[in-house]
Design a protein around this ligand. Structure first.
Ligand code: PMP
Length: 392
């Protein structure tokens, strides 16, 4: 069976150019960048090149990039490290209700340690309420953390407006750009972003590697204690192969951003049109225009998203749901909940995240399978309802 992967927001395959760059580091050029001999110096050069590539793509200086194990670590570090280093200035943090758990859980931990956290609402399209941001900013606000683009519904935030407000109020601004780097243009210096998290495996790089950008002059406490790696702030022998892969992946995605996003937008909008035309009671979640070029999040009325996902999987189509299954019970997505999506429609949400390599034929195939699966599920749902009615 031919399989179609439409879950690129979860992870992506490694780009062939990325793999080619990583191979020598995994084989012959295996040195430790902290060693002083030629093997070490060679490994350090690899790390330096990767750092430069990322800095160039983000529009910052090389020494503002710190390598981590991924965006979860970058987010944990950014929130705790920036909050702790600036505790003397205040204890208030502002974030949003639709952030990734690596931000939300870290904020909750800080609340238990005495910090005050405001979780901003979003509108029905997933846009953070700027009026609330202005309302809740106070003299003790030290940090604003708002994601660049949402991983579930793809809504892209008004980052520039938020950065401007943060600058004006002299508050540090961090953004989780895990889904945005390589998909939309970001220039951190020009935009006035103080800190930014990114991850390798979301942009055709390897898993288990990421980076945190922190603007020079912004103080942050170290994340790991030990050696002097990453300018003494994140100890541990560098994941050289991962770092090389990340650097190349960021470079490629930034290089190809215009071509890829144009192609993806066309396919995304075609897919949305075809599905909504062929299946009634289908609704697009997230912002209709200000959304990631590869993200389609749809709610199918009278359909359970998990069941649809499983049926599509049997057809070789990989997608993901807007709900997370925890200990047997299906929890509604915190993002769809914050957007005020009705519980039954939130339960029927499915995320399709496209890759640049997907073809129109594959999309047509997915649409035809969707039509079949949704019809089957709605029949079952109608039968179950009438059965329940009889038993009453
Ligand atoms: N933030 C966002 C918005 C994400 O989508 C993800 C990955 N799902 C993360 C953070 C965590 O990234 P990683 O897998 O690199 O830890």
């Amino acid at each position: 069976m031919n399989r179609i992967y439409m879950d690129n927001a979860a992870t992506t395959p490694i780009h062939s150019e990325v793999l080619t760059e990583m191979m020598p580091v995994l084989t012959t050029d295996f040195g430790n960048p902290n060693s002083l001999h030629s093997f070490g110096r060679e490994a350090k050069r690899y790390v330096d090149v990767a750092r430069s590539r990322i800095a160039k793509a983000l529009g910052c200086d090389d020494n503002e990039i710190y390598f981590t194990s991924g965006a979860t670590e970058s987010n944990n570090w950014a929130i705790t490290g920036l909050a702790k280093a600036n505790r003397h200035k205040g204890n208030h943090i502002i974030t949003s209700k639709i952030e990734h758990p690596s931000i939300l859980e870290t904020c909750k931990k800080l609340e238990r340690e005495g910090y005050r956290v405001t979780y901003l609402d979003v509108d029905e399209m997933g846009m953070v309420r700027i009026d609330q941001l202005l309302h809740y900013l106070s003299a003790d606000t030290i940090l604003i953390s708002i994601m660049a683009a949402n991983n579930e519904v793809g809504t892209i935030q008004n980052l520039q407006a938020i950065a401007n407000i943060a600058k004006e109020k002299n508050v540090i601004f961090h953004t989780d750009a895990t889904q945005a780097v390589g998909a939309i243009n970001l220039n951190v210096h020009e935009m006035g972003i103080d800190a930014l998290s990114l991850s390798g495996h979301k942009l055709n790089g390897p898993k288990g590697v990421g980076a945190l950008y922190v603007h020079n002059g912004v103080v942050i406490t170290p994340f790991m204690n030990g050696g002097e790696q990453e300018f003494g702030l994140r100890a541990g022998t560098s994941n050289v192969a991962g770092i090389v892969g990340l650097g190349k992946a960021v470079e490629i995605n930034t290089r190809d951003i215009i071509t890829n996003s144009k192609k993806l937008r066309t396919l995304r909008d075609y897919f949305i049109r075809e599905v909504t035309k062929n299946i009634d009671m289908t609704y697009l979640n997230g912002h209709p225009i200000q959304r990631l070029p590869n993200n389609v999040n749809l709610s199918f009325g009278m359909v359970d998203g998990e069941s649809l996902m499983c049926m599509l999987d049997l057809e070789g189509i990989a997608v993901s749901t807007g709900s997370a299954c925890s200990s047997g019970s299906v929890e509604t997505s915190h993002v769809l909940q914050a957007m005020g999506i009705a519980p039954d429609l939130a339960q029927g949400a499915v995320r399709f995240s496209l890759s640049k390599d997907i073809t129109k034929e594959e999309i047509d195939y997915v649409v035809s399978k969707l039509v079949e699966c949704v019809e089957k599920l709605r029949k079952i749902s109608a039968m179950t309802k009438s059965q329940v009615g009889k038993e009453d």
